[in-house]
Design a protein around this ligand. Structure first.
Ligand code: PEP
Ligand code: MN
Length: 323
């Protein structure tokens, strides 16, 4: 697949570079962490005005493919703001049918974890292959776009038949084998920040996906671990405007995991939108208290719909005021 930005005439060198990198017959990005002199020596057959090289000369330690120099516009073929809601885990056909019925008028993007990366090995690990089958059946009669987590490359084939967006979870932000494998798909990838990942490390993970051929990366701030035990995580709102100044990749906010408490999910989500977030990823369940996983942070479907409506109104207001 050739993306618009690869063909952008202002980036004339990129298309050739991209093709050659795929064939692996021209050194460029593989040398990105070498000193500038060596990099330039090794690529003297390449246009020195190439945005990748210009970027590297300016900021040798910063990620390149995700930079605004290199990626002049958002590469994701989705419309924003992106509102994604649904249960932490897929539990049953009835649970998801009810979620779809109630959320679909507001958003067609439904989240539901099938492979769950749990901290505790003895707890529910997701429905796994049975969940894939269940979604397959449900798709015969219901229209929705599934967003779900991939925890290892072997799941990609089966999951690509039912998912519209893949998610890389917090625990896998630095799983380079997974990132490279997802880079060979052509679905958008939500890349969550790890519990202690810096902005640079997070963007470096995005580079793995893009370098492997898939520029459709959506960053997702989901809270980091701090010394504060009252909330599950601390939602880092700084990340949103900070990264928006560095990259054209979209960034969305998961304030469910970012706070861990249902009464905090909506106010922090609206704060994230105000800070410039390109969408929300929210856990919602038809009967939140019975949710098998993450019950404390689950909104009801009605609460989730109301939040998405408020968030959309806020986006409209901010856009009309040009902020
Ligand atoms: C999830 O979204 O269900 C999830 C497990 O999130 P995280 O990877 O952010 O913990
Ligand atoms: Mn969860």
């Amino acid at each position: 697949m050739i993306y618009d930005f690869l063909l952008d005439p202002t980036h004339h060198g990129f298309k050739t570079w991209f093709k050659n990198t795929k064939k692996n017959n021209r050194p460029c990005i593989n040398h990105i962490n070498m000193p500038t002199r060596m990099l330039l020596e090794s690529i003297n057959s390449i246009d020195h005005q190439h945005p990748c090289i210009k970027h590297f000369e300016k900021k040798p330690n910063w990620p390149c493919l995700t930079s605004k120099d290199f990626m002049p516009k958002n590469p994701c073929e989705l419309s924003f703001p992106l509102m994604i809601g649904g249960p932490c885990s897929l539990e049953s056909k009835q649970q998801l049918t009810q979620t779809i019925h109630q959320l679909y008028p507001i958003t067609k993007y439904i989240r539901a974890g099938i492979y769950k990366p749990r901290t505790n090995a003895h707890q529910f690990q997701g429905l796994g292959p049975a969940g894939v089958e269940l979604i397959h059946d449900l798709k015969q009669t219901h229209h929705f776009q599934l967003v779900s987590e991939i925890t290892c490359p072997s799941q990609i084939e089966g999951m690509s038949k039912i998912c519209s967006i893949f998610q890389v979870g917090t625990r896998n932000m630095s799983n380079t084998a997974l990132l490279k494998a997802l880079g060979q798909t052509d679905l958008p990838i939500i890349l969550k920040r790890s519990l202690s990942g810096t902005y640079e490390e997070w963007l470096q993970s995005a580079e793995y996906i893009i370098k492997a051929g898939n520029p459709q990366v959506i960053l997702c701030e989901r809270g980091i671990r701090t010394f504060e035990p009252a909330t599950r995580n601390t939602f880092d709102i700084n990340a949103i405007p900070y990264l928006k100044a560095k990259t054209n990749l979209p960034i969305i906010a998961d304030t469910s995991h970012g706070t861990g408490h249902r009464h905090l999910v909506a106010p922090i989500a609206l704060a994230a939108i105000t800070a410039g977030a390109d969408g929300l990823l929210i856990e919602a369940h038809p009967t939140p208290l019975t949710s098998i996983t993450d019950a404390n942070q689950a909104l009801s479907i009605e609460e989730c719909s109301a939040l998405f409506n408020q968030a959309q109104a806020l986006v409209d207001f901010l856009e009309s005021n040009n902020t």
